[in-house]
Design a protein around this ligand. Structure first.
Ligand code: HSE
Length: 314
């Protein structure tokens, strides 16, 4: 039986957590495929020796996100402690965020994963968590596994849901794949994007996506020259286009010029799975020429490590 970790047992414990941004769907792989990207939220959590909850947020979200128990990292920590019948002890949380919010880059998944990993780190030697446990805890809060799987494990992930919980397979992306993320100034709500989708789709569209998502795995790990065909989709992007018309227009222009461009997650950012750095530069030039609003271009490497948690000096 595991040791009973009281607040006193955990007092003084501190961890540092680093979690990558993610892009989900990747075109055809709706709620299934995800890619970890080298842009990180970092945070430190310390158990206090007195009652309280102290939260400090720097960077993205500072002055906007709640600084109480409803903060997503804190909710996720509390959820993870509760999964082992424990209460979250008093903590001080300092977050340094770089992942843009509401843009389809997995910021909520990253916050959830940060909370799960912080709780895991604080409970080191007291409770143990398997990879499946971590994915299940994060998916319970996020609702679907395609962002939290790559945020946890890095690389390209295939995630699927079984009666025993979500599962994942991590794959290493071909070194020729050079992701480019194009981020607009405006946000998009995932809930709104999901509400625009029909409850059922034509069988032929389902077959279309089955073929493209199978091909996309091959293209990403072995044959980048197939990425343009492999990123075609009929399950979600057209239904959501009315909510992000500029994203839709720019993706059509990019694809028309031969760039494998897709909506990143639920949008409104665009992910271009370029095959080399010069293709990225061409895509950025095209967007600068065609866009009506300001778009930030982020050439990002694939993150192969996923979320990390390390013990911080007390
Ligand atoms: N698969 C999800 C969606 C990712 O597109 O709704 C965004 O959370």
């Amino acid at each position: 039986m595991s040791e009973v970790a009281t607040d006193a047992t955990l007092a003084g414990r501190a961890v540092q957590v680093k979690v990558p941004a993610t892009s989900a769907n990747l075109g055809p792989g709706f709620d299934t495929l995800g890619l970890a990207l080298a842009l990180y939220d970092e945070l430190e959590v310390r158990v206090l020796d007195h009652p309280g909850l102290e939260i400090e947020v720097h960077g993205v979200g500072a002055g906007e996100v709640p600084l109480d128990a409803s903060h997503l990292v804190v909710r996720s920590m509390a959820h993870t402690f509760a999964s082992r019948g424990r209460e979250l002890p008093p903590i001080r949380l300092v977050a340094r965020n770089a992942i843009p919010h509401g843009r389809g880059l997995g910021s909520s998944g990253a916050a959830i994963v940060a909370g799960v990993m912080a709780a895991k780190g604080l409970l080191e030697g007291v409770e143990s968590f398997t990879a499946d446990d971590l994915l299940e805890l994060a998916t319970e809060l996020e609702g679907h596994p395609d962002n939290v799987a790559p945020a946890l494990f890095g690389g390209l992930t295939i995630a699927w849901v079984t009666p025993d919980g979500p599962r994942h397979k991590k794959l290493i992306v071909h070194r020729g794949v050079s992701p480019l993320v194009l981020v607009p100034e405006h946000e998009m709500s995932t809930a709104l994007a999901r509400s625009l989708q029909p409850a059922s789709v034509p069988h032929e569209d389902a077959v279309f996506n089955v073929s493209r998502s199978a091909l996309l795995v091959a293209a990403l790990i072995q044959s980048p020259e197939l990425l343009l065909q492999a990123t075609e989709d009929k399950l979600h992007q057209a239904y959501r286009a009315e909510a992000m018309p500029e994203t839709d227009r720019l993706i059509k222009a990019l694809r028309g010029a031969g760039h494998p461009a897709v909506v990143s997650g639920a949008g409104p950012s665009i992910l271009v799975l370029a095959s080399d750095p010069s293709e990225r530069a061409d895509a950025v030039r095209l967007v600068e020429a065609e866009a009506d609003t300001a778009w930030q271009a982020l050439p990002l490497a694939v993150d192969f490590k996923g979320a990390t948690v390390t013990s911080a000096a007390a």
